[in-house]
Structures are given as structure tokens and as C-alpha cells.
Design a protein around this ligand. Sequence first.
Ligand SMILES: Cc1cc2nc3c(=O)[nH]c(=O)nc-3n(C[C@H](O)[C@H](O)[C@H](O)COP(=O)(O)OP(=O)(O)OC[C@H]3O[C@@H](n4cnc5c(N)ncnc54)[C@H](O)[C@@H]3O)c2cc1C
Length: 301
Amino acid sequence: MQEVYNEIIKNIEKERVLKDEWMSKHTSFKIGGKADLFIKANSIDEVKFICTIAKQKNIPICLIGNGTNILVSDKGIRGIVLKLNLNEVKVQDEFIYAEAGALLSKVASVACQNSLSGFEKLSGIPGTIGGAIKMNAGAYGQEMKALICETTYLDENLELRTIKNEEHEFSYRKSFFSSKKNYCILVTKLKLEKGVQEDIKKEMHDLLVSRKIKQPLEYANAGSTFKRGENFITAELIDKAGLKGYNIGNAYVSEKHAGFIINKGNATAKDVLELIEKVQQIVYEKFNKKIELEIEFIGER
Ligand SMILES: Cc1cc2nc3c(=O)[nH]c(=O)nc-3n(C[C@H](O)[C@H](O)[C@H](O)COP(=O)(O)OP(=O)(O)OC[C@H]3O[C@@H](n4cnc5c(N)ncnc54)[C@H](O)[C@@H]3O)c2cc1C
């Protein structure tokens, strides 16, 4: 890795190329071992440069956004973790152009400032545009799918490509990008509608209050651990199975919201994985339902 590091710092300041960086600093779960190299890219050219070197040296690359939907291995991540420092959000008429590293809260706030409606329900999701497109993030009946016109990304050959809404293959917490490892989402164009600023502001505020009441935001977590079932609400089954408060080490099923696993201190990824397995097993035994993971495990097994 030293050779790769030496190559990369020829073009990127050392302050943005971190060796042996703890991933627990970059995930909302506050869990995760060290990444060999953790790099923040400030431009598309830098992304291309880093990916080219990784390709030449046969080093894996792992993209992350705000780290709010991932569980990183205690053994860390071999190779390069790449985070996009591209956060610009621009408005033109009822369209918003958002770079992949922009937080959804920033997009929502720009939309509100411009009296554009449609993004309110997504405003409390703590991820970036890149992460939200990849998993078709959604809340309160609204999904990214409904708002996206087109997205520009880098493919595996580092070619810039743009796809229209229907080419995203959006479905529940999935998109075209779900199966394309290392396609790097760069920017997206969203279509919103003219609205009344006061109403937009109020809806965003009310939904944030509701999140604070219903979700265990006082603890580190990665949102809903499991996907919603096709004909059942996963959190309800976990609750009915008597699993609220169940723990392995410092990983707990939240007492406040059974769909969340929380880190009450120094939980490890191993604790969380064991707890996930236990919850899946007990729910299956009691209700004959398989519950699928929503969070993504990243790193060395
Ligand atoms: C308290 C809390 C509440 C949440 N509530 C919701 C909710 O209501 N609805 C919901 O859908 N989710 C929710 N989440 C989960 C999470 O915020 C979303 O899934 C979010 O979209 C993840 O974005 P991220 O930037 O954090 O992605 P990360 O977790 O960093 O990464 C997720 C995936 O996206 C990929 N990725 C990230 N950026 C790019 C890019 N530029 N190009 C290609 N791939 C990329 C990563 O490789 C990874 O596979 C919640 C999480 C928390 C902690």
C-alpha cells in the first residue's frame, strides 16, 4: 500500500489521504476497523485518478457516502475507501442538481429556500445523494425514485455515463447501482414542484420531531437494520417476539424502535452480526418469516 500511497499523494494533499484510518469515525454505527487508505476526493478528475491507480495496482476500492447504512467489519477494509467531497446543490427552475456527496438535509434545505416541494419526507434521512440513489432511500411513502430525472456516474472503465429515471431500475431499497460494485454516482438531477415555503418548512420540522420521538437517535445506529416485509412490518414482528432490549455485547435491539439495532457504547461488528442472526432466527421460528438485511456489511469477513 505504501507504493499506492506514494503515487496518490503526488496529486492529492496528504491531509486527504489517510493511512490506517478507523472506519468507526466514518460510520453512524461508530463501528469498524481500519481502512488501509481513506481518501477524500474533491473533483471528478481526482476520483478518476484514484480509480486509475487502484486499477493499475489491482487494489480494491470501496465507496462510502455518510456511512449511515453500513456496518464495517472489525477487521476493517483492505484497499482504498473513497469518500466524495462533492457537495454542491444548484437550482434551476423546478430542477435541483445535486452532487453525490451532498447530504439529503442540504438538498431539502435548498429546496425549501427556493419554495420547491417534494423532498420534505426525505429530509430527515442522514445520508448523501450517492447512498440514497444506490438504495432508493425512502420515508413516509416518498422514495428517491419519484424525484430523479437523470444521474451521471463513472462506470468500471471510468467512462462518464448518464441514465434516465427508468434506467435506474428502482425498486424497494434497490437500484441499478445495487449490483454494480464501484460504479461511482457523481451528480443527479431532481424534479420538484413549486410549493409554499411555510408549508414545506413545517412538514420538514414535524417529520424531524416525529423521528426524534420514534427513533433511538440518542444512540449510534444505522437506521432500520432490516427491510420491511412484503406483507408484514418487520419491527412489529421483532417486538412481538419479545426482542426489544435483547443484546449481544453492547449491541442491542432498541427498546424504542424494534427495527433498529443500536450501539450502546463499544459494540463490535461481530456483536451486531450475531445479534442480527439471532433476531432473524427467532422471528423465523415464531412467525415463519424471513427478514432481510437493509444495512450493508462492508469489509473483511
Ligand atoms: C438514524 C437513521 C435514520 C435513517 N432513516 C432512513 C429512512 O427513513 N429511509 C431510508 O431509506 N434510509 C434511512 N436510513 C439509512 C441511510 O441513511 C440511507 O440508506 C442513506 O441513503 C445512506 O446514505 P449514505 O450516504 O450514508 O450511504 P453509505 O451508508 O455511506 O453507503 C451506502 C451504500 O451506498 C454506496 N455509495 C455511497 N455513495 C456512493 C456513490 N457516490 N456512488 C456509488 N455508490 C455509493 C456505498 O458504497 C454503499 O454501498 C437511516 C439511517 C440512520 C442512521
